[in-house]
Structures are given as C-alpha cells and as structure tokens.
Design a protein around this ligand. Structure first.
Ligand code: DX5
Ligand code: ZN
Length: 220
C-alpha cells in the first residue's frame, strides 16, 4: 500500500512566522511542504517564488513539493531545483511540450509531477503519465486558497487510480484544493495518497490541525 502523506500548503500560513508554521507541521508528522508558485498569468494571483523557497530550504528537511502555476514552466525548472525543490509539478494546461518538460524535471534530479485542472480530462495526458512520479488532481480552480472542493473530482481520482492499475504505472496521486477533515477520508478512499491542505491546516492551531489530519491518514 502507498504511504499516505500530508502536504500542508504554505499559502495559508502566517508569513510573519514561517519558521514556526513549518516546524509545527513537521512536528505533527507532515512529510511534504506544498509550495504554491503563482505568476499572475496562468492564474490570476501572484504568490512567491525562488528567493522565498531558497530561504526556507535552510530551515527544514521537509520534502519541498513545488506546485508551479506558471506559464511555460520549462524556463524555470533548473532555477527551482537549485532553490531546493524536491518535487516539481507543472500544469498540463500551461505547457505545450509536456514530454520535454517532464524529462527536464527528471534530468534536474527532482521528481516530476503533472497537475490537471478540475475540468482537464485525464485521457488528454495519457501518454505523459509514464513520465510522472506524481499526478496532482486539482479539486478547485487554481489560484487561491480557501475555496470549496469540487465534487466531481472524487470520481476523477477513482478513474486515475484505475487507469494507473490498468496500465501498470507507478505514480502517486495528489489532490489539492478545498480538503478538510470532513472530506479527506473520501478523497483517500477514492485513491489519493498525497493530501494537500492549506486553510484547514494553518491558522490559530496549526500543530493541532495537522495532528488531526495525520490521525485520519494513519488510520487508513
Ligand atoms: C490553489 C493552491 C492550493 C491551495 C490549497 O491554487 O494550489 O495548494 O493553497 O488551499 P486550500 O486547502 O485552502 O484549498
Ligand atoms: Zn497547490
């Protein structure tokens, strides 16, 4: 069975105390830190980029799961790898040459992940799946934290898990957007094993919130 991993999304953290926020989720048992990079073009908002990631790298051994919501990500693969990205995730909708980009990520030494917006069909990336260490299914339209989980994505997770099995492939399935303690079990039951959560983890009680997620993940 695949390991269930919590990937807290730093976007929802208090940026005036990042070191504490990160040590809280690490102490609770999160293995990944999900880092949302937004360029104001692929998505409406702008978040943070290389200097922030590079600084954080000095403070933690968590796996840096870098979710690039940027156009033409190939331009920046090497830069993000140098800043400390362990997993680099690009969007199918932002890249015309996915085969080239996913290979470039692997060549950089990072793990390669491919993200799909909620409405993007899995079949459209069928031939890219063999290049992926992880596939990220967005369960909100990317660009902002704190949105509501889009229900039809649960079915999509099942379809992707079935396709992985049918094709004899071996990638993790990550789900991102609107995940909370009420819906995380159904996301895991559908076949996801890497769980991103932002606003449901970071807040007044970051450590306790992350512990509650870990309890659910460890039960399964
Ligand atoms: C949205 C980002 C998410 C976001 C998740 O575009 O990719 O990672 O931070 O936040 P919540 O868990 O609050 O939906
Ligand atoms: Zn994300």
């Amino acid at each position: 069975m695949r390991e269930k991993i919590l990937a807290p999304s730093l976007l929802a953290a208090d940026f005036s105390k990042l070191e504490k926020e990160i040590s809280d989720v690490a102490r609770a048992g999160a293995k990944y830190l999900h880092l949302d990079v937004m360029d104001g073009a692929f998505v409406p908002s702008i978040s943070f980029g290389m200097p922030v990631i590079k600084s954080l790298r000095k403070n933690t051994d968590l796996v840096f799961d870098v979710h690039l919501m940027i156009e033409n990500p190939l331009r920046y693969i090497e830069d993000f790898r140098r800043c400390g990205a362990d997993i680099i995730c690009v969007h199918a909708e932002a890249d015309r040459h996915l085969d080239r980009t996913l290979n470039a990520i692997k060549q950089s030494g990072a793990k390669a992940a491919l993200a799909l917006n909620p409405a993007t069909d899995i079949d459209s990336v069928r031939y890219a799946l063999s290049l992926c260490d992880m596939v990220l299914l967005m369960s909100v339209n990317p660009g902002f934290g704190g949105q509501k989980y889009i229900g039809y994505v649960t079915e999509k997770i099942k379809r992707l898990a079935d396709l992985r099995e049918a094709c004899g492939l071996d990638f993790d399935i990550e789900v991102d957007g609107g995940i909370n303690l009420d819906n995380v079990s159904s996301v895991i039951s559908a076949g996801a094993n890497v769980i991103v959560a932002g606003s449901a983890v970071f807040g007044e009680q970051t450590y306790q919130n992350a512990c509650k997620f870990m309890d659910v993940l460890n039960e399964r």
